[in-house]
Ligand binder design. Structure first.
Ligand code: WQD
Length: 332
């Protein structure tokens, strides 16, 4: 099976590409490299020993996407392409709606023209909003508190309606919790441009000396130590979850939602301590006021993916912290 990974040069996309190739699938990448480096492709080829067809393309550009489908016999799409910064989406909502919706709609239109029926979507636990009790189950009501999260919700709705309209479509919506870590080779990992929004890349840059100290956003949450609790999942486990989702979609029409998390919650200070222990590096921090929109706790109920996909996260927090540093220390 040949799989098109839109945004496949990104953090999750590149790890999924490596996992697909390692499991004998063919992968084609379409990416405009707005939030990733071109040499990621070479590093993925080095890890897998396989050539990867990569198209430098804006996935919202219908002509460009059509030409990829015309050149490559695509059997399925995993759609990663999209802007992903919560604070940036608050400042630039129209740019987020335009990009994240247009990329999706363009891919769906071209898939229809070429008769491609399998679509796996990179969604997010952010769609559970701030009103649900943890652990979150896939049938819970959704709501969002920022434009980035709302684009994910809108795209889930677009895909649900598309699958309902075309009885042969297979759509899987993957709600990621908090992906961290890096490939065990240390050749690919997370390397956000500018100041990292997310916790682990920021900690990694404090460890490398690029940042002076971690700013902990709030210690007055309703959690054991007062800092925010999240369900962190190793990016390699997440990549394996995508392959399981693809295999499920290849056998089942319709639209199905799965949480991809570990079911275990760790606080910000738990992560700091685990990183220090795994790597023997002190992470200085200061307590700052809360970030607007942050919730006390986000944690997955992971039973549906285990039961239906036969997938469960295997790596622990120590692996996530050690693999993060093994990647970060190589970054120039
Ligand atoms: C985790 C915890 C912060 C940075 C968001 C999106 C989600 C997904 C991942 C995009 C929180 C605290 C963070 C820092 C801190 N998508 N924190 N200092 O907010 O759970 O999820 O990113 O990639 O859709 O919603 O992840 O890593 O930003 O924050 O104290 O410098 O770390 O308050 O408690 P979040 P995060």
């Amino acid at each position: 099976m040949k799989v098109l990974l839109t945004g496949g040069a990104g953090f999750i996309g590149s790890h999924t590409c490596v996992e697909l190739l390692s499991q004998g699938y063919d992968a084609v990448i379409a990416d405009n490299f707005c939030n990733s480096e071109r040499d990621v492709i070479t590093r993925c080829e080095k890890i897998t020993g396989k050539k990867i067809a990569c198209y430098d393309a804006d996935v919202a550009d219908k002509e460009a996407v059509s030409s990829i489908f015309a050149k490559e016999k695509i059997d399925a799409v995993i759609h990663f392409a999209g802007y992903k910064s919560v604070p940036e989406s608050v400042k630039l909502p129209v740019m987020y709606y335009r990009n994240n919706l247009d990329t999706t709609l363009t891919v769906l239109e071209v898939m229809k023209e070429f008769g491609v029926k399998i679509f796996v979507f990179s969604s997010s636990a952010t769609v559970y909003g701030d009103k649900n009790p943890v652990p979150f189950t896939e049938d819970m009501p959704t709501s969002t508190t920022n434009p980035y999260g709302t684009t994910k919700l809108f795209i889930e709705k677009i895909l649900t309606d598309t699958a309902a309209a075309d009885g042969e479509m297979s759509v899987v919506l993957l709600r990621y919790f908090n992906p961290i870590g890096a490939h065990k080779s240390g050749l690919i990992g997370e390397n956000p441009k500018g100041i990292p929004n997310n916790l682990m890349p920021y900690i990694a840059q404090v460890a490398s000396g690029k940042r002076e100290m971690l700013h902990v956003y709030g210690n007055d949450f309703n959690t054991p130590d007062g800092t925010g609790v999240r369900d962190y999942i190793h990016v390699e486990d997440l990549a394996k979850g995508h392959v399981k989702a693809l295999e499920y979609a290849a056998k089942n029409a319709g639209c199905e939602i799965f949480n991809l998390g570990t079911g275990i919650g760790y606080s910000v200070l738990d992560i700091v301590k685990a990183f220090e222990k795994a790597n023997g590096i002190k992470i200085p921090y200061v307590i700052d006021p809360r970030r607007p929109g942050d919730i006390d706790e986000s944690r997955a109920d992971v039973s549906k993916a285990a039961k239906i996909l036969g997938w469960k996260a295997e790596k622990n927090l120590d692996d996530m912290c050690a693999d993060t540093w093994n990647w970060q220390k190589n970054i120039k």
